[in-house]
Write a protein that binds this ligand. Structure first.
Ligand code: GLN
Length: 200
């Protein structure tokens, strides 16, 4: 059975776990490096990225997760997770995993738009628009290298993938729509198949 870890240092952990369980996968909380053993993928939930970066470092998770991500292990970040996955955080030296070729702007929608919801069409998820929920969200203002935009609005990139990595500025775990998580699980399945081939 597929086993997905949810980083449980801070933030919207249980919503991700519930959604993943609905999709029939085994879920466990990740709190220290031993929890990474035997996982097929990892979710980095929303929260506060400066705090989570420090906690990742403190619990000695920063280096092992970075190394796994570099080697093809699937990681899906929402909001703070997107910030932590980005190589570049505009105007900030905060700790990060730094795996994706993205330039991210934090708290980028200003005070009036601190939180908002909107239905947005996302090609890779099919025709029905996705109910996006944004909470003090970042956006990506530039990508390079292998990063690919999956959703863009007025020059702001809101969903991105780079091989085994997937990130959204919004919170799919706060909706009833499982399509973004399913899209991530497709990456997990590709990774699992590759592992079996390598294992031979
Ligand atoms: N504003 C937060 C940060 O900079 C992200 C908010 C969220 O994860 N919902 O980390």
């Amino acid at each position: 059975m597929t086993k997905i870890g949810v980083l449980a240092l801070q933030g919207a952990v249980s919503e991700h776990a519930d959604m993943l369980r609905r999709l029939g996968v085994d879920v466990c909380d990740v709190l220290d490096p031993n929890d990474l053993d035997g996982l097929d993928g990892l979710v980095l939930p929303g929260g506060e990225s400066t705090a989570v970066g420090k906690l990742l470092d403190f619990y000695q998770l920063l280096e092992p997760i970075r190394e796994m991500g570099r080697k093809g292990f699937p990681i899906f970040g929402t909001c703070t997770g997107l910030i932590l996955l980005s190589k570049h955080i505009n105007g900030s030296e905060q700790l990060r995993l730094g795996l994706m070729d993205t330039f991210v702007e934090r708290n980028a929608f200003g005070r009036q738009l601190a939180s908002f919801e909107a239905n947005m069409p996302i090609d890779v998820l099919g025709e029905t628009p996705f109910p996006t929920v944004f909470i003090r969200a970042p956006y990506i203002d530039k990508i390079e290298g292998e990063a690919r935009s999956l959703l863009e609005l007025d020059g702001k990139i809101l969903m991105v993938e780079q091989g085994n990595l997937l990130a959204t500025a919004f919170h799919p775990e706060l909706t009833d729509d499982t399509r973004v998580h399913e899209y991530f699980l497709q990456k997990v399945n590709v990774y699992k198949k590759r592992e079996i081939v390598v294992g031979r």
